[in-house]
Design a protein around this ligand. Structure first.
Ligand code: AHR
Length: 501
């Protein structure tokens, strides 16, 4: 296989919004309890937060964190999670057939995010069992300085300053029949519009995310977006996309091309946004928040929810997929796809962060470690955050797939990083062939340009390459073998004599 990427200084696509490296913490399984919060753990701090997990979250380079769900939010009463812990009620969580103790809530989340590097909180409101009034109450509690019942309650509960949450999700996956309080597109559009209008009466500058489709393959995909946007367009800033990928019937070649589906999904939703905008003759811009994405083996044993009227465990092991080297390659391609669409996708949340389909795993009372998927995320966040995506100009040989036909064997994107260097992210989707990959870099000597500093450009002096590659596609990191799969220096990368390729 061979592929060529041309990086041209004159063709920029979009800045990399730091929110592209967001993640997601849901009250689900051991994501919160036993994940980020484990009082009594040897590394737990005074708030009960695991310091080993905080360190890994910082290393991962996560920015925004979506919270508290997910399916969980559609039955959640936010006020259960604030106030003295010994008075917080235990509740049924019907989404995951678990017991919610409410020992962790909004204040704990805000405090934890400060410790992980002042990350942004992206809060979801419950539009499953609840509606406008409860959303307004939560907004008042969280964002009003003081002098009202709910803002004063927050202060009494220990947060003198408002949380100042900017980004709000208007419910979660309301198109999905599994969602508590699931609605048809018209009903959801009416409710979301009403809630958006009410929230804007409190603060017109909020950034609101309306629910798009739960996957590209939902039966009413497209129609849902058009119906919801037709009503809500001028009141929202984002429409959401969610996508999870896994191999079907052992078809690994198609699984490796999952990025093709994600790319098509983004293009389709962008088309719905554009069509609505022109139909409404609106000047307002709506972007995509890809606020759930990952590899997830949905039908497999780890995702079986508890059953039985008498069985509502606290923080059970749920959705604890152990990722392989193969999964990490697909995952890397999903990140590349998000970057290639940085002009339309302004926020994204890797679902999820700890233990639950997560890059970080923990053992109760024991260690925390990095899954295979940790590495592509951390490396891409480190190099791309604060940069600018170049328009992708890629020519590649192809591989055949059952689901997507012939697809490029190599997928890649280049970013001018914050220091004016060029970072290239690439995956090889071929199951059989190595790829010879040539990158033509901007001619620094000719253009005399250094984008960031404005000073005379120096020709490229160095090239570094790191690769996640395993002969055994099934290799995984486990508690017993935590560093089996990692990044390795790739010393086949060469800077050619002309200093450009
Ligand atoms: O991330 C796991 C679940 O996937 C979320 O709760 C839900 O929104 C989606 O279906």
């Amino acid at each position: 296989q061979s592929a060529r990427l041309v990086v041209d200084d004159d063709f920029e696509l979009a800045p990399v919004n730091p929110r592209l490296f967001g993640s997601f913490v849901e009250h689900l399984g051991r994501c919160v309890y036993g994940g980020i919060y484990e009082p009594g753990h040897p590394t737990a701090d005074e708030d009960g937060f695991r310091q080993d997990v905080i360190d890994l979250v910082r290393e991962l380079g996560v920015t925004t964190v979506r919270y508290p769900g997910g399916n969980f939010v559609s039955g959640y009463r936010w006020e259960d999670g604030v106030g003295p812990k010994d008075q917080r009620p235990r509740r049924l969580d019907t989404a995951w057939h678990s017991t919610e103790t409410n020992a962790f809530g909004l204040h704990e989340m805000a405090a934890w995010l400060k410790k992980t590097g002042d990350n942004e909180l992206m809060e979801a409101v419950n539009l499953g069992t609840r509606g406008l009034q409860e959303a307004l109450d939560l907004l008042e509690y969280a964002n009003i300085t003081g002098g009202t019942k709910l803002s004063d309650e927050r202060r009494a509960n220990g947060a003198e300053d408002p949380f100042n949450i900017r980004m709000w999700c208007l419910g979660n996956e309301m198109d999905g029949p599994w969602q508590l309080g699931h609605k048809n597109a018209q009903d959801y559009a009416t409710l979301a519009t009403e809630v958006a209008r009410g929230m804007r009466q409190i603060d017109p500058d909020l950034e609101l995310v309306v629910c798009g489709s739960s996957s590209h393959t939902m039966p009413n995909f497209g129609e849902w977006e058009e119906t919801v946007l037709q009503k809500a367009y001028n009141l929202v800033d984002f429409v959401s996309c969610h996508a999870y990928y896994q191999p079907y019937d052992g078809d690994i070649a198609s699984f490796l091309a999952s990025g093709v589906d994600m790319d098509g999904f983004i293009k389709d939703v962008a088309a719905a946004i554009d069509a609505t905008k022109s139909r409404l003759k609106s000047k307002h811009e709506v972007a995509i928040s890809f606020d759930e994405w990952n590899v997830w083996y949905q039908g497999a044993e780890p995702s079986r929810t508890p059953e039985g009227i008498g069985n509502w465990p606290v923080a059970p092991h749920l959705l604890e997929d152990v990722y392989s080297a193969l999964d990490a390659v697909v995952f890397g391609d999903l990140l590349i796809t998000l970057l290639k669409n940085a002009d339309r996708v302004h926020a994204a949340s890797l679902a999820q962060l700890v233990n639950v389909i997560a890059p970080i795993m923990t053992a109760p009372g024991g260690p925390a470690w990095r899954q295979t998927t940790f590495y592509p995320f951390a490396e891409t966040a480190r190099l791309a955050k604060g940069g600018t995506v170049f328009e992708p100009k890629l020519a590649s040989g192809t591989v055949s797939t059952k689901r997507f036909g012939d697809v490029p064997a190599v997928d890649a994107v280049a970013v001018r990083d914050a220091d004016g260097g060029v970072a290239v992210f690439a995956v090889n989707r071929s199951l059989t062939d190595a790829a010879a990959f040539t990158i033509t870099l901007p001619d620094r000597a000719k253009s005399g340009r250094n984008a960031q500093s404005g000073s005379d450009a120096q020709p490229y002096a160095e090239v570094f390459a790191r690769t996640l590659h395993e002969d055994d596609l099934d290799a995984r990191n486990t508690e017993q073998d935590q560093n089996r799969v990692t990044l390795h220096a790739n010393d086949t990368a060469r800077l050619h004599a002309d200093g450009r390729t």
